[in-house]
Design a protein around this ligand. Sequence first.
Ligand code: CMX
Length: 441
Amino acid sequence: MTLQETLQEKIPVWREEKRKILESVGGKSISEVKVAQAFGGMRGIKGMICDTSVVEPDKGLIIRGYPLLEVSHLLPEQIFYLLLTGDIPDETATKALQDDLADRSEVPAYVWDALRALPRKTHPMTLLNTAILMLETKSKFRKQYSKGLKKEDFWKPMLEDALNILGMLPTLAGCVYKIRYRKGLKRKSMRLDDIVPYDRDLDWGANYAMKLGMDDPNGTFTKLIQLYLTMHCDHEGGNVSANVCHTVGSALSDAYYAVAAGLNGLAGPLHGLANQNCLKWILELMEDYDGVPTLEQIEEMAFQTLRAGKVIPGYGHAVLRVTDPRFTGFNEFGKKHMPDDPIFMTVDRIFQVVPKVLEAFSKERVAAGKGPIANFWPNVDAGSGALLYHYGLREFEYYTVLFSVSRSMGMLSQLVLNRALGTPITRPKSVSTLWVKENIK
Ligand code: CMX
């Protein structure tokens, strides 16, 4: 069954399930909120529903019941189907989705003109997000809503917008790379005849890999991009980008507005930008110690970073309390395809040292009256950059764009499901510091 047919069949069932849950246990409590949580980024408060995936502190990402590493062999577009419907698509459904995305892949010329007009050093994330916002004029949801759309049909044009965005993303993100770094352009500026056409015979991720224009004689770069897109697809509903996208979408802003908002959050150094900072940290480490550092040298540099009041990028997590399975997946790829690469070897050595350093530093923090570091283990951003660097994708400011292409699948799936289930506008209650002082004894 196609994606659209599967959703058409499942949405009424999910609506009925939600109705019954609200009827039977709607008045029960699922979380209590402590003052420290209200001051502390709402960490751990259960206050929203997300069915695409869950993140278990001791297991990591679970997509619709499948632990990530059990489905990491799937193509990214199959993962999108899974996120949205809960089913792994068969060959026919996969091909139908691939054709659908290919049909939607053309990007109008005005986008390139506008991107070219931006200053040369514009961050790739700004280029990508500007492009997505400029495409908002294509929104089917906005057009149909303004004409008068029934609430139960909101999800249909939202799905159209989601598929259109996904269809265009390989070309958009590939051209952001070319425009920003003047790669493979026949002239100094981007023109339509410089754009590699979308190849209907390739899958969605392979199209993106092809548009980045790396040499890929044995196809392993393409495999890495497919894996990268699969690994970063979603991380339940409360992380910054998903939560922002959810909130903006809850105001019935269309998918272009909502995803661009979420991606602006992903561009923060504590979230998706950590991957660029992480590789920067690794390269500085290698430069300081003239090659692959020893375990002792890594320890020294890690303590130096921490004592200078900086974070070690790629380590720690708001929810996870074990090694991120996404890190494990990339590590396995590195061990298979580039075991002797010096940067990959450094990543592997850092993994042997940094958790112990963070544990020791956490004790120092506690002794100094600060809170502990909750998680010493690597997250998704700790190792992915080294793999990209190996294949010649060395502009690490660009790495968050790759993350964005992938994470758009999660954000867009969540948006469609929220409109399908009639999730209302987000409006948690805030309280003032004075209120806490006067009311909490
Ligand atoms: N290096 C140094 N200090 C760290 C740290 C790290 N890797 N991880 C946590 N800490 C510090 C925090 O900065 C915080 O310090 P303050 O109280 O002085 O502000 C303290 O330890 C407690 O933090 P926590 O409860 O362990 O973690 P949080 O939920 O507050 O933050 C995260 C989580 C990811 C922001 C944090 O671990 C971090 O900054 N890591 C480095 C950046 C990074 O890798 N981000 C990517 C995360 C994955 C993603 O979203 O893409």
